[in-house]
Design a protein around this ligand. Structure first.
Ligand SMILES: *Cc1c(COP(=O)(O)O)cnc(C)c1O
Length: 383
């Protein structure tokens, strides 16, 4: 039977229904297993991982592997590229992804070019120039990434631009490239990149999927058996495996994913509107706002607009930090996707200095929206 995602998150990844058996999968704390079954050694497999993989795989529509962190999943995907790899990547991709690429590029194992993913034509133009250079074979390579890789993130961090995933995947495939989408910000409830043509989806399950800011975990999902085989091998060889406890906590968190996503997005929509009307706020970025530059693409591509909101204040960096210092309910911290609302000035991070100094990114939680607004309003001041 096929179920809707809201049912899948609740019912998948459970043990067989046997009299007296538990409803929930156990946390299997074992480094080795009796011979003759699917699992032999704890670096290669664990039944608690499998339960979580069943849920995430069903949501994304592919086969899932969980990893020690989002970055471990990202690294496993990028490490499957032939040397020297060629990667086209958003200039505002997750900074860990950018740092990983820079590190590998420094050692001569790949080259990458950055693009603005909201501009479909410019991305495909860059792909054509970068990956179809004279002397390079054209046409889709047998090997994953052999014709170059287009790495996508949507909505982007922290400016929340939305990439037209279907158009980009189709264009990149025509150029012989493969396509990966980091779907962390949207979650599979709002956006299904494999259905839009992507070859691989990666997640920082640390964020919305787990949802309680208590786990670091990652996942990669694909429909391609060759890529699944490569990633499985990378996971065992690199050893960047999930702990059984973390997998169990993520599974526990994902049960409420659809409720959390719904409530957080509803809160985000209200806060985005009120912020936009506030005299101390100059620019609000939320794909759900009808005048947002990404609104049309988001409406076509996503089942909702998500829980991330970014805005600039009328002040500079210092004033914005002071404003954040006045908050009493919203928490100043990095990361996102938890039940609690987190907020931070992004420009405080190294590598993010190109951003407007007063740009604030907010990961909206599931609290009462009036409480959230009261706190924001008192911190912004009423002038
Ligand atoms: C946090 C994050 C990552 C990295 O995931 P970790 O679990 O922290 O390793 C990758 N991509 C995006 C979009 C993220 O927000």
């Amino acid at each position: 039977m096929d179920f809707a995602p809201a049912t899948e998150v609740v019912h998948l990844g459970r043990p067989d229904r046997v009299p007296g058996g538990p409803l929930n999968p156990p946390v299997v704390l074992s480094s080795t297993f009796h011979e003759g079954g699917d699992t032999v050694y704890g670096r290669d497999g664990n039944p608690t991982w499998v339960a979580l993989e069943e849920v995430i795989g069903a949501l994304e529509g592919g086969s899932c592997l969980v990893f020690a962190s989002g970055l471990a999943a990202i690294a496993a995907v990028l490490e499957t590229l032939p040397v020297p790899g060629r990667v086209v990547v958003p200039g505002d991709a997750y900074n860990g992804t950018r740092r990983f690429l820079a590190d590998v590029a420094e050692r001569g194992r790949l080259r990458f070019r950055t693009v603005d993913v909201a501009d479909t034509e410019a991305v495909l133009q860059a792909c054509a120039e970068f990956c179809q250079a004279p002397g390079r074979p054209s046409g889709r390579s047998e090997q994953f990434g052999g014709g170059g890789l287009l790495w996508l993130e949507s909505p982007t961090n922290p400016l929340l631009a939305v990439a037209d995933l279907a158009a980009l995947a189709e264009g990149a495939h025509q150029l012989g490239m493969d396509v990966v989408v980091d779907n962390t910000f949207a979650s599979p409830l709002l956006q299904k990149p494999l259905e839009l043509g992507a070859d691989v989806v990666v997640h920082s399950a640390t964020k919305i999927l787990s949802g309680h800011s208590d786990v670091v975990l990652g996942a990669a999902v694909t429909r391609r058996p060759d890529v699944l085989e490569q990633l499985t091998r990378r996971r065992s060889l690199h050893g960047a495996i999930a702990g059984p406890w973390e997998a169990w906590l993520a599974l526990r968190g994902i049960r409420t994913l659809s409720l959390r996503v719904e409530r957080a997005a509803a809160n985000a929509a209200v806060l985005a509107e009120r912020l936009a009307a506030h005299p101390r706020v100059v620019a609000v970025r939320y794909p759900g706002r009808p005048d947002d530059p990404s609104h049309e693409v988001a409406r076509r591509q996503m089942a909702g607009f998500g829980s991330m909101v970014s805005f600039e204040t009328t002040g500079g960096a210092q004033e914005t930090e002071e404003l954040l210092g006045r908050l009493r309910l919203l928490t100043v911290a990095t990361s996102l996707g938890g039940v609690e609302t987190l907020i931070e000035r992004r420009g405080r991070w190294q590598g993010e200095q190109a951003l407007p100094p007063s740009l604030v990114r907010m990961s909206v939680g599931i609290e009462d929206v009036e409480d959230l607004w009261r706190d924001l309003e008192q911190a912004l001041g009423r002038s």
